[in-house]
Structures are given as structure tokens and as C-alpha cells.
Design a protein around this ligand. Structure first.
Ligand code: CA
Length: 224
């Protein structure tokens, strides 16, 4: 799952960013309408979290643009503007849900989950390789039915490798896909994530091996 956060308050963006990443989703965080439009053009997102008071305009205008260009992309408006009229205006402009600040992070997550259940990513089948299972809807890895807790980066990495299990995934592709807006994943960071993932997989009763293909990339391969 990849979320786009459009929020100009650095403090709130940091808090929501942490919450979203801990849930196992990737996040692109931007602070203006212009950057949000650029991010939407660059990558596919499963959910947009939208603040309304933005430095270069009203988030409702961005919402109307999103509705024209990405008809099915769910949008959760997050704002301090909580009067009945404002909520109605937001929903009429195309918001799927509306959350008024301040809110509890658990309610925020529950609303995100509710919206993500309908996203095309959530409808993707569970990935399997050599006893490992990864459920794209919950972003959870398990081995022979036992959950395997992973930090966000390694979780995203194992998902990408399982999607292409048995095939080499190029380093460059992994770097690009794992990069979040404004925070690029370097070759060193990728190597580190791979070695951490390998350590996590090692003690598991899995028949999947994480293979390094020198100079090309990595492959998750189930033993025959
Ligand atoms: Ca704001």
C-alpha cells in the first residue's frame, strides 16, 4: 500500500508518517498542492490523506482535481475545519471520509484500513513462497502460519521479492520502488535492508532462499 499525505504542519506530518509506516504502508509526504500534483503524476497511490489549509491554496481544489483525474482514488480529508457545512462541502467535493483534528491515531488508522479494504492492492491475492506468506491487505508476513514481525522497510522489500518470486528483481527497481517521496533509497540502504531481511528469514522453517545475483539484484527462490 502506498499513501500520499498532503499536510503542511511538519509536526502532524511526522506523527502521521510514523503511524502509517508502523502499519506497514509506504508513505509519500508533501506539504503543498503543487507537490501533491507532482507526486500523483509520478506514482500510483492507494489512498490520499488531505489537509485543507495548504500554503498554495485550498485542499478542496486539489480534491476536485483528483476526482477528475483519478476517479477511484480514495481521499480522507484531515482538517481542523469541522463544522457541519464544511464537512458537507468536503464530502460533496469528492472526499470519501472526513476526520476532524484533533483525532486519536487509532481512529485514524481504522479509517485508513476501512478505505484501503476497497483498494485494488487489497484485492490482490496472498503471496506465497516456500512456506512464507505475505498478505498485501494487512502487510503481514508469516511462516507456516506464524507471524514474522518486520520493520517497515524490510516488509516492503519482502513483498516486492515475493511478487517476483523465482525471478531476479533488479537492484535499481528495488531502490526506486522502495524510495519514498523526498527520501531516496540508496544502494547501501538497500544492501542493509537485504542483509537484515536475510537474518530474519534464516531461523525460520522456510524453504525460501534470498539469493544475491551479483551486479544485478536479488531473488527469493523456493527450494525444489
Ligand atoms: Ca494546514
Amino acid at each position: 500500500m502506498r499513501l500520499l499525505l498532503v499536510e503542511d504542519s511538519a509536526r502532524l506530518a511526522e506523527l502521521l508518517g510514523e503511524t502509517v509506516r508502523e502499519a506497514g504502508w509506504r508513505l509519500d509526504a508533501v506539504t503543498s498542492i503543487a507537490d501533491a500534483e507532482a507526486a500523483l503524476a509520478l506514482s500510483e497511490h492507494d489512498l490520499v490523506l488531505l489537509d485543507l489549509g495548504l500554503p498554495d491554496g485550498n485542499g478542496l481544489d486539489l480534491l476536485r482535481t483528483i476526482r477528475r483525474q483519478h476517479k477511484d482514488l480514495p481521499v480522507l480529508v484531515i482538517t481542523a475545519r469541522g463544522s457541519i457545512e464544511e464537512r458537507i462541502e468536503g464530502l460533496d467535493a469528492g472526499a470519501d471520509d472526513y476526520l476532524v483534528k484533533p483525532f486519536h491515531h487509532r481512529e485514524f488508522l481504522a479509517r485508513c484500513r476501512a478505505m484501503l479494504r476497497r483498494s485494488p492492492t487489497a484485492l490482490q491475492p496472498v503471496l506465497e513462497c516456500g512456506g512464507l506468506r505475505f498478505d498485501p491487505a494487512t502487510a503481514e508476513l508469516s511462516c507456516d502460519g506464524v507471524p514474522v514481525p518486520l520493520p517497515p522497510r524490510e516488509r516492503a522489500l519482502v513483498e516486492l521479492l515475493m511478487r517476483d518470486a523465482g525471478r531476479v528483481v533488479q537492484k535499481r527497481k528495488l531502490e526506486l520502488t522502495l524510495s519514498e517521496f523526498g527520501e531516496e533509497m540508496t544502494a547501501n540502504a538497500l544492501e542493509l535492508a537485504v542483509s537484515r531481511l536475510r537474518k530474519k528469514l534464516q531461523p525460520l522453517p522456510t524453504r525460501a532462499n534470498l539469493v544475491t545475483v551479483r551486479g544485478v539484484g536479488y531473488m527469493l527462490q523456493a527450494e525444489a
